[in-house]
Design a binder for this molecule. Sequence first.
Ligand code: ADP
Ligand code: MN
Length: 495
Amino acid sequence: QCPWGAPSTTSISCSLADVMSEQLAKELQLEEENAAFPEVVAAAEGPFITGENIDTSSDLMLAQMLQMEFDREYDAQLRREEKKINGDSKVSISFENYRKVHPYDSDSSEDEVDWQDTRHDPYRADKPTTTPRRGFIGKGKDITTKHDEVVCGRKNTARMENFAPEFQVGDGIGMDLKLSNQVFNALKQHAYSEERRSARLHEKKEHSTAEKAVDPKTRLLLYKMVNSGMLETITGCISTGKESVVFHAYGGNSATEDKVIPPECAIKVFKTTLNEFKNRDKYIKDDYRFKDRFSKLNPRKIIRMWAEKEMHNLTRMQNAGIPCPQVVILKKHVLVMSFIGQDQVPAPKLKDVTLSSEDMKKAYYQILNMMQQLYRECNLVHADLSEYNMLWHDGKVWLIDVSQSVEPTHPHGLEFLFRDCRNVSQFFQKGGVAEALNERELFNAVSGLNITADNEVDFQAEIEALEKMNEDHVQNHGKKLSTFSSDGDPPIYDE
Ligand code: ADP
Ligand code: MN
């Protein structure tokens, strides 16, 4: 059983012709990749991070790992010396300032801003040498114009320095080499096309690592988790989504953390390709829990906040006893939680599993219950609830994927809840559960509100009116209602 293989439950039936062509496409793709980056492909075999077997395909990462080990040893030695010097003395000397601490260990790392660096353009000469406006220098018969062959040749040679650094121009610059315009232009053309070619290659490589979700920085983070003994092995990828990639790992037995690590873990890596998150702004920007922080943050930090949000939401759910993954640890944009499934096989999504009508009914009532608990005890709305984010495991439904969950008083909280209700209703009505409430009934049952509109449009309008009332309250009183109420009573305020 290959850990990289797709989970067996997601088999999709299609025609032979489709399979053939897909296979062909895959083969061609593989061939191409093999030719371009043999080492990357080779590294993808087997568990990609274990204690012994470290992926050595990236020199940079290897160097960083070594540096990290070195820094750690150095700091340990420093601490020993500090202790020796200080002894029992009442006045002690601190060596704190001499500590190395690998940059990846400290959370204030400057890597947070690198994305917005105004990039210095290495190809542009710092001070361009200009030809005088009048186009000539000197007087009388010593006059030289910009068309002078010698001057021009020298200038052309100098301009070669402006080609990309990888472009080998030799050391002709020190030899008073003179290039004719024709030669120079041909060289320039060549240099630019080379530059583009290497950019393309580079792009491809970036893409191929992004597909496995782990840029070197994330890998280093994962490596640290294995190195510290918290994880035993990271076996492979379970899911690649638009916003996250999920890996399976076997838990280790960390000595430092006094937490019990589950035997199998899921690692959710929130993607740091920033643009994917833009459309999710509305979930977090209006969430007052994150309000103060949002405006000051750069996108990288916002992505970490998604991970943080998922952690907090999972913890609330755990406390309410809702079946969901248990949080193990959060490091930057990487969230480790317990694995729902067994022996590397993730539990199937509700959309992929065929349940008996009895189980279907059971699942429905369980979800109704969970939605109520989520709303009342956790003060949360899932906001992406559907058969895609519910797993069937151990004879019950487990909720996952709660990074976008919000509190009901979020400016769009009730709309999100209504959407969740619609998904759940439709799924179970189609699935033949006769008892399943319709979306409006379900909404009322979950929220405890009593919206009486009997059609979708009016219902939606009432929901929006409630949301607006809440927002107005925030405007006037500087705080939110703690709960909604639509049955004529004054809203309950949180004092
Ligand atoms: P996304 O935002 O990409 O949808 P999810 O949290 O839904 O992220 O995770 C994607 C997939 O990974 C899920 O559909 C599920 O199959 C799998 N998965 C996520 N978390 C776990 C977990 N704790 N245990 C088992 N499988 C998981
Ligand atoms: Mn999901």
